[in-house]
Design a protein around this ligand. Structure first.
Ligand code: AP5
Length: 227
C-alpha cells in the first residue's frame, strides 16, 4: 500500500466527513474542497462512476449499492489507497464517505503512515426524520454529480441540472427499502467510528440540522481556529 505521509504541513488538510446518509457530507465536503482547493475523495461518487463505466470494480459494487448495503472493505481500501497515493493528494484531501467501518479506518491508518492524529474529523448529525426527508427529495445529476433537493434546493428548471443541462435522476438507493438498509448499516458499522476518531483525532460533532451556509460557516471557523 502506498505510503502517503507527506509531512506535517499536509496533516491539517486531511479532513474526514462522518455522518449518516443524507446528513450533508457531500454538500459540505464539495464546498470545502472548492473554497480551500483541497481534493475531495467521495467514495459513493467514485463507485457510481465505476458502475456507469462498467469497470470490474463497478460490476462488483453495483449489487451492494443498489440495495443499500456497504461494498466490501477490501474493495474500498484498495480504491481509496490508490486515489490518495496520487500526486494531487500530496498536500491533503477530504474524505467524504470513507472510512465507514473499523476495518476501513485501520486501512486508512496504514495508508497514511500509522496515525489519524493529524486528521480533522467532522461528524455531521441530523435527526432521523429529517434524513428521510432529505433522501426522498434528493435528485442527482448523472453527468456532474451535483445534488439538488425538490423542496430546499431545486434547480432553476424542474428536472434539469443548472450546470450542464442533464436530466436529473433519483438515486436507486434513495428509494425507501434501500434507505432503511443504509441507515441500519450506518448504525451498526459506521457509528462506532465516532468513538474511534474522537479518541484519536481532532474531532468535531456538527449540528447538521441548520441551513447549509450556517453549517459551512462553522466548519470554516473550526478549520481556521485549529493547528
Ligand atoms: P454515498 O454516496 O457516500 O452515500 P451516503 O453516505 O449514504 O451519503 P449521501 O450521499 O446519501 O448523503 P450526504 O451525507 O452526502 O448528503 P448530501 O450532501 O447529498 O454512498 C452510496 C453507497 O456507496 C453506500 O450506500 C455504499 O453502498 C457505497 N459506499 C460508499 N462509500 C463506501 C464505503 N466507504 N464503504 C462501503 N460502501 C461504500 O445531502 C442530502 C440531501 O440533503 C441533498 O438533497 C441536499 O441538497 C440536502 N441537504 C444537504 N444539506 C442540507 C441542509 N443543511 N439543509 C437542508 N437540506 C440539506
Amino acid at each position: 500500500m502506498a505510503d502517503v505521509e507527506h509531512g506535517v504541513a499536509a496533516l491539517a488538510r486531511r479532513i474526514v466527513f462522518l455522518g449518516p446518509p443524507g446528513a450533508g457530507k457531500g454538500t459540505q465536503a464539495g464546498r470545502l474542497a472548492a473554497v480551500r482547493g483541497i481534493v475531495r475523495i467521495a467514495t459513493g461518487d467514485m463507485l457510481r462512476d465505476a458502475i456507469a463505466q462498467g469497470t470490474a470494480l463497478g460490476k462488483q459494487a453495483a449489487p451492494f449499492i443498489d440495495r443499500g448495503g456497504l461494498v466490501p472493505d477490501e474493495l474500498l481500501i484498495g480504491m481509496v489507497g490508490e486515489r490518495i497515493g496520487r500526486e494531487d493528494c500530496r498536500d491533503g484531501f477530504i474524505l467524504d464517505g470513507f472510512p465507514r467501518t473499523l476495518r476501513q479506518a485501520e486501512g486508512l491508518e496504514q495508508m497514511t503512515g500509522g496515525t489519524p492524529s493529524g486528521f480533522v474529523v467532522f461528524d455531521i448529525e441530523v435527526p432521523r426524520d429529517e434524513l428521510l426527508r432529505r433522501l426522498s427529495g434528493r435528485r442527482l445529476c448523472p453527468t456532474c454529480q451535483a445534488t439538488y433537493h425538490l423542496q430546499t434546493n431545486p434547480p432553476a428548471t424542474v428536472g434539469v441540472c443548472d450546470r450542464d443541462g442533464s436530466a436529473l435522476v433519483q438515486r436507486e438507493d434513495d428509494k425507501e427499502t434501500a434507505v432503511a438498509l443504509r441507515l441500519s448499516e450506518y448504525d451498526a458499522r459506521t457509528k462506532p467510528l465516532i468513538e474511534y476518531f474522537r479518541a484519536r483525532s481532532r474531532f468535531h460533532s456538527i449540528d447538521g440540522y441548520r441551513p447549509r451556509d450556517v453549517v459551512f460557516g462553522e466548519l470554516q471557523g473550526l478549520l481556521e481556529s485549529g493547528p
